[in-house]
Design a protein around this ligand. Structure first.
Ligand SMILES: *[C@@H]1O[C@H](CO)[C@@H](O)[C@H](O)[C@H]1NC(C)=O
Ligand SMILES: *[C@@H]1O[C@H](CO)[C@@H](O)[C@H](O)[C@H]1NC(C)=O
Ligand SMILES: *[C@@H]1O[C@H](CO)[C@@H](O)[C@H](O)[C@H]1NC(C)=O
Ligand SMILES: *[C@@H]1O[C@H](CO)[C@@H](O)[C@H](O)[C@H]1NC(C)=O
Ligand SMILES: *[C@@H]1O[C@H](CO)[C@@H](O)[C@H](O)[C@H]1NC(C)=O
Ligand SMILES: *[C@@H]1O[C@H](CO)[C@@H](O)[C@H](O)[C@H]1NC(C)=O
Ligand SMILES: *[C@@H]1O[C@H](CO)[C@@H](O)[C@H](O)[C@H]1NC(C)=O
Ligand SMILES: *[C@@H]1O[C@H](CO)[C@@H](O)[C@H](O)[C@H]1NC(C)=O
Ligand SMILES: *[C@@H]1O[C@H](CO)[C@@H](O)[C@H](O)[C@H]1NC(C)=O
Ligand SMILES: [Cu+2]
Length: 566
């Protein structure tokens, strides 16, 4: 099986001949000492690599990943953006679809990749482990054809972050005081780049041939920030968002919210030389000391360029809170009508939800100095419910759903916020009647195949921030985005029902809203959450429980025999 995997990874030409193949990998998860910026850290890695191995599949393939956990932590792996049709058991979210794989144990994830192509990624979905446990997941077209000219080469660009401390310990400490563990650098393919001490030799370099076009498969795997990305003097053509083709969109700068991917064409059409690629954060942090404001960079070097001759040319990136630039880039993209796997917007809505998303506070335990404003802990909520994972209940939500076990979750997640207020007003003038939300494990039940429309309304109860909302097991159409409080009469006119962009993660604008629509065609339990890790951990989450359809073919099969127990 290994041989087939390598053959597929090495030569796409051969893969065309095969129909649905099996792509099989074994991931050994273990602690490893890795050095960056003069600091040695013990981090958790897959197969000794940071970032982890890239998975290449062809649309239609069956995927089998054996995960052997030799790290000291309980681990789950999630295949971010993969539909997981009828394989909710393989979605890999701790306490939502399975219990963690314990030290010394293993679990095999099995699923089929169908109806989507482009760039996704895999990452741990247990505690903060995705900081170092992540890698690219690339789905190649089955017929070998793209809806754009075939690129000369394809290059994954994984944006991540690096901590000079033991991040998992720091996160544990931060949670006690209700705060954050701030990274020391962002990374490009695992390297902070030459703005940092001792990092000259730890800078990602991409060699290009003049006149050739490259497909950059860009992934924002950073834990807590949206990132701008630019290459000096060059333009990009965006061709896909979250593994869904877009109408080609030309721009000299792109942005990816945490959890998003972009496929962009990049033509080496400038004078032979060297050019920096750089990424810097946008719009998630609260006061400046609570986020990483650094810049990471790599270098594009043209063939034949003498790197001693000149310094690389540096691009100019927007400031941290450049909301107009980010909004333009997030909202300008449209889907490519008629492209492979394109689906029209479902016209009739069965379920409407209006969900406020935002940050609030929680009381600080006695004798603790908490990190949030008013000496309180940060908290986060959806419709004023701050989600708590069902730890210590012995079962994941999916198992409880499947076996009709009560006491793990309740199905009363509200369709609307309990209080109507001026959602986007705030800006650090706290209204104490609005900042506290109860902790709960409330989920929303959805009928099989129902069409769901959701307005995500950001709140400014503490401060306006961008929240990248991610739904597991489904992609959705982004019908409209805007600022202020959503107004159904005024804002319906802005809906794009013709060619809206399709995403699995939408960056709800800071001080604004986004409307999405999708068909709940996949029975199982699907986590719904902000992809900013801090916000998710503070409670910005819920889950959709999609009921079985009328037939065995439209029902969730039983769990795999090796599903980890807790
Ligand atoms: C780099 O090292 C110098 C000297 O040790 C120190 O003063 C400086 O703050 C360091 N810079 C960064 C970005 O860590
Ligand atoms: C980088 O690599 C060069 C050549 O291998 C070496 O001479 C230099 O000391 C290295 N610099 C650092 C900071 O590791
Ligand atoms: C793109 O952004 C510009 C500037 O914000 C706006 O005028 C234009 O209507 C947008 N186009 C689309 C297709 O959203
Ligand atoms: C769970 O309850 C439903 C409806 O009451 C029933 O159809 C199903 O067979 C039950 N499942 C199990 C595993 O007991
Ligand atoms: C706080 O919010 C509540 C609910 O919207 C509102 O009734 C009250 O007037 C607000 N208080 C202040 C001081 O703004
Ligand atoms: C929030 O307050 C800061 C500091 O007073 C100010 O600079 C900023 O413009 C305010 N933002 C909004 C949206 O009112
Ligand atoms: C959230 O719920 C709490 C407890 O029920 C309530 O006191 C508070 O006013 C609610 N906040 C909002 C914004 O609805
Ligand atoms: C789900 O709904 C779509 C139309 O919205 C329909 O074409 C499809 O057949 C339905 N699927 C099932 C399994 O009922
Ligand atoms: C791992 O999970 C088991 C079972 O849920 C639990 O007893 C144990 O405390 C967890 N270990 C760690 C390190 O969290
Ligand atoms: Cu968030």
């Amino acid at each position: 099986m290994k041989l087939l995997v390598f053959a597929v990874a090495a030569a796409w030409g051969l893969a065309l001949l095969a129909s649905a193949a099996i792509v099989e990998h074994t991931f050994h998860i273990e602690n490893k000492i890795v050095k960056r910026m003069c600091h040695e850290q013990v981090i958790v890695v897959a197969n000794g690599q940071f970032p982890g191995p890239t998975i290449h599949v062809t649309e239609g393939d069956n995927v089998i990943i054996h995960v052997l956990n030799n790290s000291p932590y309980n681990i789950t792996l999630h295949w971010h953006g993969i539909y997981q049709r009828f394989t909710s058991w393989a979605d890999g979210v701790e306490y939502i679809t399975q219990c963690g794989i314990r030290n010394g144990h293993k679990f095999t994830y099995k699923f089929k990749v169908i109806g989507q192509e482009g760039t996704l990624f895999w990452h741990a979905h247990s505690f903060g482990l995705r900081a170092t446990l992540h890698g690219a997941f690339i789905i190649h077209p089955r017929n070998g054809r793209y809806p754009f000219p075939k690129p000369y080469h394809q290059v994954p660009i994984i944006l991540g972050d690096w901590y000079d401390t033991n991040f998992l310990d720091a996160l544990e400490d931060a949670l006690v005081v209700g705060g954050v563990a701030v990274s020391n650098a962002y990374t490009i393919n695992g390297f902070p780049g030459d703005l940092f001490n001792c990092s000259q030799n730890q800078t990602f370099k991409m060699k290009v041939k003049h006149g050739k076009t490259y497909l950059l498969r860009i992934i924002n795997a950073a834990l807590n920030n949206n990132l701008f990305f630019k290459i000096a003097n060059h333009k990009f053509t965006v061709v896909a968002t979250d593994a869904s083709y877009t109408k080609p969109y030309v721009t000299d700068i792109i942005i990816l919210a945490a959890g998003q991917t972009l496929d962009v064409l990049f033509k080496a059409d400038q004078p032979t030389g060297s050019y920096y690629m750089a990424a810097s954060p946008y719009g998630v942090g609260m006061p400046p000391d609570l986020f990483d404001g650094t810049m990471t960079r790599g270098i594009v070097v043209y063939d034949g360029h003498n790197t001693r001759a000149s310094r690389p040319i540096m691009p100019l990136l927007p400031p941290f809170f450049d909301t107009p630039t980010s909004f333009k880039l997030f909202s300008n993209l449209t889907s490519l009508i008629g492209a492979p796997h394109w689906v029209p917007v479902p016209p009739n809505v069965d379920e409407r939800m209006f969900i406020t998303v935002g940050i609030g506070l929680d009381m600080c335990p006695a004798n603790v100095n908490c990190m949030g404003p008013l000496n309180q802990k940060f908290s986060a909520n959806m419709n004023n419910e701050s989600f708590v994972l069902p730890k210590g209940k012995g079962k994941s939500i999916l198992e409880a759903f499947y076996y009709n076990v009560s006491g793990v979750y309740t199905t009363d997640f509200p369709d609307n916020p309990p209080t109507v207020f001026d959602y986007t007003y705030g800006n650090l003038t706290f209204n104490v009647s609005l900042i506290h939300s109860p902790k709960s494990t409330k989920v929303k039940k959805l009928k099989f195949n129902s069409t769901v429309e959701i307005v995500f309304q950001n709140t400014g109860v503490l401060k306006a921030q961008s929240h990248p909302m991610h739904i597991h097991g489904h992609s959705f159409h982004v019908l409209a985005q805007g600022f202020g409080n959503y107004n159904a009469v005024r804002d319906k006119k802005k809906f794009n029902l013709v060619n809206p962009q399709v995403r699995n993660t939408v960056a709800v604008p800071a001080g604004g809203w986004a409307v999405i629509r999708f068909q709940a065609n996949n029975p199982g339990v699907w986590f719904v959450h902000c992809h900013v890790d801090d916000h998710q951990v503070w409670g910005l989450a819920t889950a959709f429980v999609v009921e079985n359809g009328p037939t065995p073919e439209t029902s969730l099969p039983p769990p795999p025999a090796d599903l980890p127990k807790c």
